[in-house]
Design a protein around this ligand. Sequence first.
Ligand SMILES: NC(=O)c1ccc[n+]([C@@H]2O[C@H](COP(=O)([O-])OP(=O)(O)OC[C@H]3O[C@@H](n4cnc5c(N)ncnc54)[C@H](OP(=O)(O)O)[C@@H]3O)[C@@H](O)[C@H]2O)c1
Length: 239
Amino acid sequence: MELKNKAAIITGAGKGIGKATAVTLAQEGVNLGLIARNRDDLKALQSELSGTYGVNVYFASADISEKPAVDEAIRTLTASLGGVDILINNAGFGQFGTIIDMEPELWERIIQTNLMGTYYVTRAVLPVLLEQGSGSIINISSTAGERGFATGSAYCASKFAIMGFTESLMQEVRKLNIRVTALTPSTVNTELAVKAGLPIGDEDRMMQPEDVAELILATLKLPDRVLLKTAGIWTTNPQ
Ligand SMILES: NC(=O)c1ccc[n+]([C@@H]2O[C@H](COP(=O)([O-])OP(=O)(O)OC[C@H]3O[C@@H](n4cnc5c(N)ncnc54)[C@H](OP(=O)(O)O)[C@@H]3O)[C@@H](O)[C@H]2O)c1
């Protein structure tokens, strides 16, 4: 798919994988709608990308776990962009603890953000894609969406759920020229990984957010007749 002058909405665009994806898509001439909670991160990225690449960049500060805020953000971004072609469902967070140690409120917040937030954003954007009869949705899951591990019950449940959500939505819309994909990265060198105490090891050999952004770009560039259902992305850094 030719990406120049397309419009993409990216959630969790203030940092990490979302920010790297915004930079990569701006380099391709894609106009952007950015979502995260921290307005300063988004404002700084907006001026950097519009100044450097001459693309239109809009942002909305919203918590994706809150449906009314999501609906409003998607409504204003879609209006500013004049449509949407690409949705990158990337916003999410991970915290870890045993089922007994983790407070139910935190367990619920992980599900509410990673699963329900992805659902709210998708449900708000999908009518636009259905109306125009084309589009791509990429959901950022994780290797934690393929394998459970001790202390990962909430995070893994949220990311396994994203896999089921992705496959079901893919089956709903694949014949309507809308591609839905889940990517499952292992550890990426971002604030999320550092805060969670995940082993980063030798930074030069650890997968960087820009590497995931490259896979997102390659996925979007596939010919319209090709649908990447899911792709794992691992680091070669031995941990
Ligand atoms: N890093 C890894 O090792 C790794 C591996 C596999 C998958 N992933 C997945 O990749 C995605 C991005 O992670 P990352 O490592 O890039 O994390 P990150 O560096 O912490 O960035 C996360 C971004 O999401 C935003 N965000 C978080 N909660 C949000 C909410 N409730 N509403 C709106 N925006 C929210 C954050 O901004 P605000 O705080 O300003 O809202 C930030 O911009 C996540 O879904 C994560 O589960 C990460």
